[in-house]
Ligand binder design. Structure first.
Ligand code: SF4
Length: 460
């Protein structure tokens, strides 16, 4: 973290200044989680699906270079133009060069967390290119000039009344109207003009098939299809971990993805793209941006199995009560807290600590990533590399000293009980972060050690 930037705790405190928002954010995401449970329970072979999908991803990651080469070969044979980007900067430059070549200063883009990770919109804007996001949630946060707060539900932190005000300002909807149907209709009309007048469309990629060189884009709004079909240039940006070996493997992932994300049996549009239509250019950008480094981290490589369903966020008690922006990275929540330190360990050192390690994320993950174990492992790596806060390091050293010396431990316990009983203001004050939202406990009359010696100890 830079010295001036707020960490997760500081940003979560900002989000918590509006308790009403925190409550419905929490409740809404829990409702989505409950829908996921119902959908998962509706399929007797759910656990077998998870196991198989996890195995397919593990196999693909173990043979990634071979599958990437196979995909490239097949995609080129299909008529696509394949580009390789080592990092975000290269990805952005490739997109810009394609736009320049096409003499386009406007582009439409369907949902792509990769382009959020690469900060593509800002990059293009600074170079005079206007990008319009065509996913409704993405369009809302774009008009708000905010990043998405959730990978599946980008504007989940905003109430419909706020969106009504926003659309009144930008799309001329009636003042005071927060009717979702009316607002969606207004966005649709506005976007229709975008679809008809832009020549370049960028889409994300959910799954890319090495065997055939094709890829699949999942949306609920059909906006990726509209853009890709109407534009003369279709750019598909994908992280190199999106590969699966064969078409026959796709069904496992499609069955898991949307059930895990929103509880739907399948995404409304699961669109397959294989070759450009006559007269169209299809460009596929394969982006690394830290993925091969993560692949080389044995403890964290399985995080690359992620299919971005968002289930770990919906179930996370910390995410639900702190909001996606508190993670200050493109992919928020538990999985983001594993991916981000790989990109910049110092900047994202706070994120693996933004978890209760309850394991709920691991339980819901459709590809069985051991998310909470990896969060715990990142903590150890971060501490070993000297990126934990100075106060925390000093406190831990103090704690290690107290816990390793029985006499000091007994004395500290006694002193603590005395303070809580006779001078509670020493700990019950605004300087104590624990006390800010919780009551300190009533001090017991004696330590557990004393109680045990008196009671159970006598029996032995
Ligand atoms: S880590 Fe698992 S649960 Fe979280 S977004 Fe990825 S696939 Fe979904």
């Amino acid at each position: 973290m830079s010295k001036t930037a707020k960490d997760h705790a500081g940003l979560a405190a900002d989000f918590n200044k509006d308790p009403e928002r925190v409550s419905w954010h929490d409740e809404t995401l829990w409702w989505v989680r409950a829908k996921r449970d119902k959908a998962a329970q509706g399929i007797p072979e759910w656990e077998a699906l998870r196991e198989t999908a996890s195995g397919i991803k593990a196999h693909t990651l173990s043979n990634l270079s071979a599958y990437l080469e196979a995909f490239e070969k097949a995609a080129i044979a299909n008529g696509a133009i394949v580009h390789w980007a080592a990092d975000a900067a290269e990805h952005n430059e490739i997109v810009l060069s394609l736009l320049r070549k096409a003499k386009a200063d406007r582009m439409m883009k369907s949902k792509s967390m990769l382009t959020e990770e690469c900060h593509l919109n800002d990059f293009l804007k600074a170079r005079g290119v206007e990008t319009i996001d065509t996913d409704l949630g993405e369009r809302i946060v774009q008009l708000l000039d905010e990043p998405p707060s959730h990978i599946v539900l980008p504007a989940i932190h905003r109430k419909k009344e706020e969106i009504g005000v926003l659309f009144h300002k930008h799309l001329d909807t009636p003042e005071g109207s927060a009717d979702p149907q009316l607002l969606t209709h207004a966005a649709r009309l506005n976007l229709r003009d975008v679809f008809l007048t832009r020549n370049v469309a960028l889409t994300g990629v959910n799954f890319a098939i090495a065997e055939t060189g094709e890829f699949v884009v999942c949306t609920n709004e059909g906006n990726a299809d509209m853009g890709a079909h109407l534009a003369d240039i279709h750019i598909a940006a994908m992280g190199i971990e999106k590969l699966i070996p064969k078409r026959e493997h796709l069904g496992f992932f499609l069955r898991l993805l949307t059930r895990s994300a929103t509880g739907q049996p399948i995404t409304t549009y699961s669109s397959h793209f294989k070759k450009p239509r006559a007269g169209q250019e299809l460009h596929i950008i394969l982006v690394d941006n830290g993925r091969s480094v993560q692949l080389g981290r044995e403890d964290f490589r399985s995080s690359l199995k992620c299919i971005r369903c968002g289930a770990c966020m919906n179930t996370c008690p910390v995410y639900r009560r702190s909001g996606g922006h508190s993670y200050h990275t493109a992919v928020a929540g538990p999985i983001g807290s594993i991916l981000a330190p790989n990109l910049d360990m110092e900047k994202y050192a706070d994120l693996p600590f933004a978890s209760t390690l309850c394991g709920s994320c691991t339980n819901v993950c459709p590809v069985k990533i051991d998310i909470h174990e990896q969060l715990y492992k990142w903590r150890q790596v971060i501490v070993k590399n000297g990126y934990s806060g100075k106060l925390k390091t000093a406190s831990m050293k103090g704690m290690a000293f107290v816990l390793s010396k029985p006499r000091v431990f007994n004395f500290s316990g006694k002193a603590g009980r005395w303070v809580l009983k006779h001078a509670p203001f020493i700990v019950n004050n605004a300087l104590n972060p624990w006390y800010k939202q919780r009551d300190m406990p009533e001090p017991p009359a004696e330590s557990f050690h004393q109680w045990y010696s008196k009671n159970r100890g006598k029996r032995s």
